[in-house]
Design a protein around this ligand. Structure first.
Ligand code: UD1
Ligand code: UDP
Length: 382
């Protein structure tokens, strides 16, 4: 059996790895998948909750790295993951997902130990190097042996960067595998009761956590002011990321949070509760990568509060739009949507719940070809 490490660390990693863990486990003893949790996210609502919702087993190892500056957090993951591999069995493959610090850190460790790396969600580019994630994406793709892309624009980006096309495989969006698998359960969530509102009530759903939006007082104030303005027209539900919550407290902006009765701020929500809120929302305002994609799948209008997106397919095919970062634009665009001017969208190719299956097919073929190449090298040497 081939030992495969699946790296998780931050919230969006869990939805991406759960379907792959499942599919690899079903592979009639070809693969032994092990979940390695770096501990980049560690609060119950940012981590443990998802293991329960997504029916994932406890991680085989927990590296407990916690929070820190970009450099410190990345370095801690590198140090602890390398120690783990050196002390135990060397995996045959390491699979990393997305663009968080755990992704590049573990890819780097594996590569330097001569372990092949597969990158799930390869090839996405915002072309904005102010984003720590963009640096993680580019570097992870550069050193990965198997690049698994969610959409064809990602293939094009990789080709432009000179990556060998044989390494690139368009498998589709694995986050949508989780969404489809759990949609029925999500429909049964009692989140509206918990929020003491009725399912028929119109509301906008908001998430914000990008450093470019929440790490500067003025920018965060502008976004909260926009929400208060929108809240005069429609109820808002805002499950708050810990980074955002901490900054609101540090910048002394708690009065903004308390000033509108029409805005419900909550802790980060569980997966089923959050999906239910997404699928029933009139409008989603977000800076999250995953939420842009899920809103496209649900065909719910989404305004992305960023200057760019690494997921342009959610705009060209889906219901997503970028919005200029000022109060007037954010409020006007939101009200256009609540008043019925809604962008229609379609679901992109291979966002169909079968991405994990396609990934395992790619891996089967990759191992088969590698074994063949090794056999022929050995026989030539003899
Ligand atoms: C990280 C990812 C980002 C991803 C996001 C998903 C990087 C560079 N960033 O951003 O790409 O979109 O996760 O949610 O990898 N905190 C807690 N409890 C937790 C986790 C974090 O309180 O369980 C607080 C800490 O104060 C921490 C801050 O949130 O300093 C930021 O956490 P961090 O993991 O550094 O970055 P995110 O903003 O979560
Ligand atoms: N999500 C969740 N609860 C929340 C907010 C988001 O379950 O309160 C889910 C969401 O459905 C999606 C994922 O978290 O599957 C997106 O993660 P996040 O926005 O943290 O990261 P990003 O995608 O921006 O990297």
């Amino acid at each position: 059996m081939r030992l495969i490490h699946l790296i998780v660390g931050a919230r969006p990693n869990f939805m991406k790895m759960a379907p792959l863990y499942r599919e690899l486990s079903l592979s009639s003893n070809r693969y032994e998948p092990q979940i390695i949790h770096t501990g980049q996210h560690y609060d119950e609502q940012m981590s443990k909750l998802f293991f329960n919702d997504l029916a994932m087993p406890e991680p085989s190892a927990y590296l407990n790295v916690g929070s820190g500056t970009q450099g410190k957090q990345t370095a801690r993951i590198i140090e602890r993951y390398e120690d783990l591999i050196l002390a135990g069995d060397k995996p045959d493959l390491v699979i990393v997902a997305g663009d968080v610090n755990s992704t590049i850190a573990c890819a780097l460790v594996a590569k330097k130990l001569q372990i092949p790396v597969a990158h799930l969600e390869a090839g996405l580019r915002s072309y904005d190097e102010q984003m720590p994630e963009e640096i993680n994406r580019v570097l992870t793709d550069r050193i990965s042996d198997i690049l698994l892309t969610p959409s064809l624009d990602a293939n094009e980006n990789l080709i432009k960067e000179g990556i060998n096309p044989e390494k690139i495989h368009f498998v589709g969006n694995i986050m949508i595998d989780s969404l489809i698998r759990h949609q029925k359960k999500a429909e049964l969530s009692d989140i509206f009761d918990k929020l003491t509102m009725s399912q028929d009530e119109s509301y906008a759903l908001v998430t914000l956590h990008r450093p470019s939006n929440v790490d500067e007082c003025d920018g965060l104030k502008m976004l909260l002011t926009s929400l208060i303005e929108i809240g005069k027209h429609i109820k808002i539900i805002f499950p708050m990321h810990p980074r955002t919550k901490k900054n609101i407290q540090n910048f002394g902006l708690s009065n903004y949070v308390n000033s509108s009765k029409n805005i419900i701020f909550t802790e980060p929500l569980g997966y089923f509760d959050f999906l239910k809120l997404e699928m029933n929302a009139k409008l989603i305002l977000t800076d999250s990568g995953g939420v842009q994609e899920e809103s496209t799948y649900f065909r719910v209008p989404c305004l992305t509060l960023r200057e760019n997106t690494e997921r342009p397919i959610t705009i060209s095919e889906g219901t997503n739009q970028l919005v200029d970062l000022n109060v007037t634009s954010i409020v006007n665009k939101s009200l256009e949507i609540t008043e019925g001017k809604v962008k229609q969208g379609k679901i992109p190719k291979h966002w169909d719940g079968k991405t994990a299956e396609r990934v395992v097919m790619v891996l089967d073929k990759w191992f088969e070809e590698r074994d063949k190449a090794t056999d022929s090298t050995e026989s030539t040497e003899k």
